[in-house]
Ligand binder design. Structure first.
Ligand code: GLN
Length: 492
């Protein structure tokens, strides 16, 4: 670590990663905050949208999140084998910026093309930038965990900026101004990454060593894949396939579950793991299920809960009409406030040897999620009675989401790097984000069902969410007594 310059006592390169991730998340969440509003807006009025039904818009939103997070898997492979992590992040950031500028062009085709660019770019950026953070530290685990905590702050500061700027512009000036602002934010990220990339030194600069012929061959597979995607996209944009968003999203959900299941099976049975590695893998498997379930409620923020904010919440605050998407600000603001509190609680409990185990922390996360949907059932009842409810309902819902997130998300990320089988450590970010992908698609499908018929359809779906969280949470809590990580940690 350089002695002269540091970033809150950490290697100065962390600042480069912090600012890149901050602008990337500004663009991602800023756009995400208004995409369902844009898709469901009518054609008339000063800010026309795409006139999709709530069910279709939610399905597209879910499939989008699912694709964004699953693309982390090929993105990691490309970084490992072809580009190196730094170049993958840069390329990803440029593609994301192009995506948001494409979204800013007001046609239905450019909307979908823009989403595709953001999906592919985020696949190259998100997992790889998270991996470079880890590569900045030798083997000093406590510094590394603190580094990831700082990094988690950049995510949430970025999303505050995104909801504020893109949300306000999108809702008040025009949706495409919001999308364009996301592009400008990502451009700042590209600029500063190019300017300060040298501060990263050699962390993630080179891909794995490999015979040059083999790399050339892999690169040619990559070009073939890009070609196939380009042709498929062209045909889709020309209207050759008629894609039903709900069928697409539900088939994609099955696909993700099958791929993840097969991958775990492969690791268990065919990867030649030793017994302690298998024990840790079993633990990760249950955490994976907990995480996917968690995000399937959490990610309804940009879908069903945004529709609840628009149609059934009185957003007038002291005479100022809040933009609908600003309700989403609650989560990142609460994260910045409560992240140190949660870290302090875990440390204090650990001193007394009372630190809950990983499945128990996940169960706590799911319990908060369960409580948030109990609250939403009351909110829906109140809205049925009075037509609209105050913003406190959604604010407390998002507070519970945040407490759940803090019990599960930062801890899950580090568990997946710590307990991964040694040979497969690099792929574990991909697996962790695949749980987010499954959660995202389910959030779109469940959120669509919840909003299909207005308030009437919300109660059954939200009641289902309560039972579903209760069951998975209790199972994880019980498992925490049985499934413990092997003494010997299997990765460094
Ligand atoms: N909020 C975090 C981020 O944007 C985690 C999201 C997720 O894994 N679904 O990085």
């Amino acid at each position: 670590m350089s002695q002269q310059s540091s970033f809150f006592g950490h290697p100065i390169g962390l600042r480069t990663l912090f600012l890149t991730e901050m602008w990337e998340r500004m663009s991602y969440y800023g756009m995400r905050g208004i995409m369902v509003l844009f898709m469901t807006a009518g054609l008339t009025g000063s800010n026309p949208g795409l006139t999709f039904s709530a069910v279709e818009a939610n399905a597209i939103y879910g499939a989008y999140i699912g694709l964004v997070y699953f693309m982390v898997v090929p993105g990691g492979w490309l970084a490992d084998n072809i580009f190196g992590y730094q170049k993958a992040v840069l390329l990803g950031a440029i593609i994301i910026a192009i995506g948001h500028y494409t979204l800013a062009i007001p046609f239905e085709q450019t909307f979908f093309l823009g989403l595709l660019f953001v999906i592919l770019g985020t696949g190259l950026l998100k997992g790889n930038i998270s991996a470079i953070v880890g590569k900045m530290y030798d083997n000093n685990d406590s510094m590394r965990d603190a580094g990831y905590t700082i990094f988690y702050m950049s995510i949430n500061i970025g999303s505050v900026l995104g909801f504020l700027i893109c949300g306000w512009l999108g809702e008040n000036i025009g949706w495409h101004w919001g999308f364009g602002a996301a592009g400008i934010g990502m451009t700042f990220g590209v600029y500063q990454f190019v300017k300060y990339r040298h501060l990263l030194g050699s962390a993630g600069a080179e891909p794995n060593e490999m015979d040059p012929d083999r790399r050339k061959r892999l690169l040619s597979y990559f070009y073939v894949a890009v070609g196939i995607i380009a042709i498929a996209v062209l045909l889709a944009l020309l209207g050759v396939f008629d894609i039903d968003p709900v069928i697409f999203a539900s088939s994609y959900a099955y696909f993700l579950v099958i791929v993840a299941g097969l991958y775990f099976l492969y690791l268990f049975l065919l990867a030649g793991l030793d017994p302690s590695e298998k024990k840790n893998l079993l633990l990760l498997f249950f955490l994976f299920i907990g995480a996917a379930a968690f995000w399937s409620g959490f990610d309804q923020s940009g879908g069903s809960l945004t529709i609840f904010a628009r149609d059934f919440t009185d957003l007038n605050l002291f005479g100022f009409e809040l933009p609908i998407s600003w309700m989403n600000l609650a989560n990142p603001i609460f994260v910045v406030i409560f992240a140190p509190v949660f870290a302090g609680i875990w440390t204090n409990l650990a001193i007394r040897n009372l630190d809950p185990s990983l499945p128990m922390k996940f169960a706590i996360g799911l319990l908060f999620m369960c409580l948030s949907f109990i609250l939403m059932v009351y909110a829906v009842n109140a809205a049925m009675q009075y037509g609209q409810v105050g913003i406190q309902w959604l604010l407390i819902t998002y507070l519970l989401h945040t407490w759940g997130e803090l019990a599960l998300s930062p801890i899950g990320l580090s568990a997946f790097s710590r307990y991964a089988p040694k040979k497969y450590a690099g792929q574990m970010f991909g697996l962790w984000f695949t749980a987010s992908a499954i959660g995202g698609v389910l959030a779109g499908l469940l959120g669509g069902e919840a909003t299909g018929e207005g308030l009437e359809s919300m109660t059954p779906i939200f009641s289902f969410m309560i039972k579903y969280y209760l069951v998975i949470g209790v199972i994880l809590a019980l498992l925490s007594f049985v499934i413990k990580p092997a003494e010997k940690e299997s990765a460094n």
